[in-house]
Ligand binder design. Structure first.
Ligand code: C5P
Length: 409
């Protein structure tokens, strides 16, 4: 029996997923409408890219009405000159599915003939690509098709084998595009395989905290929240249910499985974090929490007239990581960050022990491209068992994937 939270996660596996649906010029294009409907109904965002020949079989109006997005076909919009970026599409998509894929498109993909928007998008694609061939039985059996499919397979393209049956030519044989329901199941399975955190609960703190001096001023720091947000997106993409407690940041979350709680001060962050961290399988403290806050907060704006010098009395903030990790349950795994300027290694190890953490992610401000505000980071992960692993400079999303892989291992 599946646990209810896992069942719900499986049912919503396609929610918010970005899919490029490529349609080429074959009779089976009419079946792509059913596939598109199934994907949209399951909550996926679908961008249809159709070849010029595809438009002879199915109209862009039908497809854009169902997907809720203008269909992309040409490199430019004729009347406005607007350029459609295949590179951006490649970066946006989590998966590309070409159904139906004709012999012509398969040949172009295998040989890099980028004379239309769909093949260009394929050549820029960083995501996984699936194709559902559809053609007459003799075309399917032709050595050039067989060779092109083998080439595409060697490039990592997943081939959804066509079924045998009656073809558009009324001949019987292999070449019928797989049924849309079965293609849909393959898509679900693809996303399921990536979900190695299905049913797991993760709590994350991110961003800076602001400690108010008066209604218009605060003590803060340069944290952008990017590392914590990248971790939240990575965990959610792998099927986890994420609670992200964040200080003031100008970032948006993309995945609907991220429950975001916005706070301002360290004390608010601690209160908002108690329940999510108590219920989590994994807790990650990525926030740059202010160590001190003003002892008192002025109710109205502090004035400078007649004040030549001002001293601020600060009191210590709670250590959120140490507080929550001190009541860590059996089976819970808590990870902290250490941003150091000197004595990095010894300081990080000290934090790991003092705060009762299982892992500390160390980044040094001395490394170019690491730390606050950047889109990249360079980290060393130290574990409680004394082992450690250093990684090269990577994007924060890639660093997030490395950290999660370390946690899961
Ligand atoms: O002691 P230090 O601030 O360097 O420790 C960093 C780690 O502790 C980070 O994981 C940070 O999120 C967490 N921390 C916290 N509450 C504080 C200070 C740090 O959760 N008040």
């Amino acid at each position: 029996m599946q646990k209810p939270e896992i069942k719900a996660a499986v049912e919503s596996i396609l929610k918010g997923k970005h899919i490029v649906l490529g349609i080429t010029g074959g009779i089976a294009a009419y079946k792509s409408v059913t596939l598109l409907r199934l994907l949209v109904k399951a909550g996926a965002e679908v961008q249809v890219v159709i070849t010029p020949a595809g438009k002879e079989f199915i109209t862009p109006v039908t497809l854009s009405s169902l997907s809720g997005k203008p269909v992309v076909s040409e490199f430019f919009t004729a009347n406005t000159g607007e350029w459609h970026s295949h590179v951006d599409l490649g970066l946006w998509a989590d998966l590309m599915v070409i159904a139906p894929a004709t012999a012509s498109t398969i040949g172009k993909m295998a040989n890099g003939i980028a004379d239309n928007m769909l093949v260009t998008t394929y050549l820029s694609a960083k995501e996984h690509v699936m194709i559902a061939p559809a053609m007459d039985l003799d075309m399917m059996a032709h050595p050039s098709t067989v060779r092109n499919l083998a080439t595409l397979e060697s490039y990592g393209v997943e081939i959804i084998e066509p079924a045998a049956g009656e073809l558009a030519s009324h001949l019987m044989g292999k070449g019928r595009m797989e049924e849309p329901e079965n293609i849909f199941s393959r898509i679900e399975r693809f996303f399921m395989k990536q979900c190695d955190m299905l049913g797991k609960k993760v709590a994350i703190t991110a961003g800076p905290t602001y400690e108010k001096l008066d209604p218009v001023r605060f003590i803060g720091n340069y944290s952008s929240g990017k590392m914590g947000f990248a971790l939240a997106e990575e965990c959610a993409a792998r099927g986890a249910e994420v609670t992200l407690v964040c200080g003031p940041v100008s970032l948006q979350t993309a995945n609907p499985n991220i429950h975001r709680i916005d706070v301002e001060s360290a004390e608010e962050m601690l209160e908002a974090s108690r329940e999510p961290f108590a219920n989590a399988d994994m807790g990650i403290f990525a926030a740059a929490v202010a160590d001190y806050r003003p002892e008192s907060r002025a109710e109205s704006k502090l004035k400078r007239e007649g004040v030549e010098e001002m001293s601020l009395r600060l009191v210590k903030n709670p250590d959120i990581a140490a507080t929550l990790a001190s009541v860590k349950r059996e089976g819970q795994l808590f990870v902290g960050f250490a941003l150091e300027t000197d004595n990095a290694h010894a300081n990080a190890l000290g934090k790991l022990r003092k705060k009762n953490l299982d892992m500390v992610v160390l980044n040094s401000l001395q490394d170019k491209g690491a730390g606050f505000g950047t889109d990249t980071n360079k980290v060393t992960i130290l574990r409680k068992d004394g082992t450690e692993r250093s990684f090269p400079l990577k994007s924060k999303r890639e660093v997030a994937a490395d950290i999660i892989a370390e946690i899961l291992s």
